[in-house]
Write a protein that binds this ligand. Structure first.
Ligand SMILES: [Fe+2]
Ligand SMILES: [Fe+2]
Length: 195
């Protein structure tokens, strides 16, 4: 049986990947047309990445999942170190993306390419990161963690309730998700409510 934590992590990865890919697609479309994107929508999408994946998903991996794995097995220590350092660098990198967006918005065309490059690097970085977790870490966790480990993890990860994985947004996030949900392809963004 797949544990709830593994299911939630995979769903949140899929939601983040869909969001990141739709930002890249949106930028490509505007580049082709020579038009400027809706900056408020882009800001909302990046704010989501900062608010949910960065502050909830990655933080819980580093603070809860990875320490339990390190306690149960010496396997994949180097990879866990790398993934932890990705998490630490991720918060800094999203700031860089947000700053490049602000420069594009304030200064216009001369900063389009720099923003596209910064976004592209960030997207590649996180897609690789998530692929490594899915390929190496989740199967290892299924092999070595105990039922008590899973009880703790399942309870913690169930609290994430990322609206991009189908949960009804908490009240304060309503306007944010109304703005971005139509920009992200179904079924992630428009999937059935899980609540
Ligand atoms: Fe991660
Ligand atoms: Fe992850």
């Amino acid at each position: 049986m797949t544990h709830a934590t593994v299911r939630i992590i995979r769903q949140e990865h899929a939601a983040l990947a869909a969001m990141l890919r739709s930002i890249v697609l949106l930028l490509e479309q505007h580049r082709k047309k020579g038009s400027l994107p809706d900056f408020a929508t882009l800001r909302a999408m990046l704010f989501y990445v900062d608010e949910f994946p960065e502050k909830r998903h990655h933080r819980k991996e580093t603070e809860l999942l990875f320490p339990k794995l390190r306690a149960r097995t010496p396997i994949s220590r180097d990879l866990l170190d790398k993934l932890d350092s990705d998490h630490a660098r991720g918060e800094r990198r999203i700031r860089d993306v947000e700053h490049a967006l602000l420069a594009f918005e304030m200064l216009g065309e001369s900063r389009r390419e720099a923003f596209e490059t910064t976004v592209g690097d960030y997207v590649d970085f996180y897609l690789l990161h998530m692929a490594l977790e899915e390929r190496e870490i989740l199967p290892l966790a299924e092999r070595v963690l105990t039922e008590n480990d899973w009880l703790d993890l399942d309870e913690a990860f169930a609290q994430n309730r990322d609206p991009m994985t189908g949960h009804v947004p908490e009240l304060e996030y309503n306007a944010l998700f109304t703005r971005i949900v139509n920009m992200v392809p179904a079924p992630i963004g428009l999937g059935p409510a899980l609540d």
